[in-house]
Design a protein around this ligand. Structure first.
Ligand code: BV8
Length: 251
């Protein structure tokens, strides 16, 4: 399908969003780019520039060098804590209030959607602000022990970031809820994701199979682009507020 690549936002999309009963938004690290948070595939900086995130975000890396992996997450935790939600995050929190049935699904672990006011974001890949004990499946807040990585207060084993690493399965309840929402919605927004990481990247195709209108918001083309109805070329922090303004301006 050749998407309407939008210089402006097509009127029929504005009306489709205004009339939609059930909307799903899937976000990736691109929506946090304008908050100053590196996207997952951008080159890292400083101490971490010689590391490939995909090599660090694995259980094998943590097994091999728990201190290195924990310190990488500490660095990222500090970055996201200093970051602020941007108008793209805020627009999705507003959309949740405007649409009768809205589901936000995020691949991001930065917690910025919650800070922007989104109430029920489905965090498919976990949350970097939480840690957990793999042996006891308990989830803890920030560490007090000072060890690196911190130790579980119950069993004394090393805690790990409460995120899903490559090679690990996603939380089944979260994935099932996201999949059900994608299959049953009227309009699906894919925002700020290269659509490369599965099984999250399968969600827009599940919507497509059910005749759902698919909209992509991304300054660049992705593997999903040929399949969408509308490809809005631009940053989420600009495109999303504009889309909402046009769809929900006081009539
Ligand atoms: C699993 C948490 C069972 C950690 C992350 C087929 C089926 C199933 C699995 C696989 C499969 N093929 C391969 C696999 C394995 C793997 C996978 O998908 N690999 C890819 C690379 C091929 N999947 C898994 O391992 C998953 N587990 O399936 O278990 C299994 C196990 C083994 C083998 C088979 C099956 C687990 C995946 C979860 C990994 N954890 N994060 C952490 O963050 O530290 S994923 C990580 O990538 C982040 O969560 C990130 O969100 C996510 C996806 O990346 P994007 O968000 O898309 O970010 P990216 O940088 O790529 O793109 C940014 C986009 O934004 C760009 O398009 C850019 O143009 C755009 N952009 C930039 N600026 C803006 C913007 N957009 C809008 N506005 C802007 N201003």
């Amino acid at each position: 399908m050749n998407p309407a690549s939008a210089r402006g936002i097509p009127q029929d999309l504005i009306e489709a969003l205004r009339d939609a009963e059930r909307v799903v938004a899937l976000t990736g690290s691109g929506i946090s780019a304008e908050s100053g948070v590196l996207t997952f595939r951008e080159a890292q900086t400083g101490l971490w520039e010689c590391y490939d995130p995909q090599q660090l975000a694995t259980p094998e890396a943590f097994e091999r060098n728990p201190r290195l992996v924990w310190e990488w997450y500490e660095w990222r935790r500090r970055l996201v804590t200093e970051a602020e939600p941007n108008p793209g995050h805020l627009a999705l929190a507003e959309l949740e209030r405007r649409v009768p049935n809205f589901t936000l699904v995020t691949q991001n672990v930065d917690g910025l959607h919650r800070r922007a006011g989104s109430r029920d974001a489905i965090e498919l890949h976990g949350n970097i602000l939480r840690a957990r004990c793999p042996a006891e499946e308990i989830v803890l807040g920030p560490d007090q022990t000072g060890a690196v990585p911190p130790l579980c207060p119950n069993c004394g084993g090393p805690l790990r970031p409460d995120v899903v690493w490559f090679g690990e399965t996603l939380p089944s309840a979260a994935l099932e809820a996201a999949s059900e929402a994608a299959r049953g919605c009227d309009l699906f927004l894919s925002i700020g994701t290269s659509s490369l990481v599965y099984p999250a990247a399968a969600l827009p195709y599940e919507a497509l199979e059910n005749g759902v209108i698919i909209v992509e918001v991304n300054p660049a083309e992705t593997s999903l682009t040929p399949h969408v109805d509308y490809a809005l070329r631009g940053g989420a922090a600009k495109v999303l507020p504009e889309l909402l303004r046009k769809a929900f301006l006081p009539l």
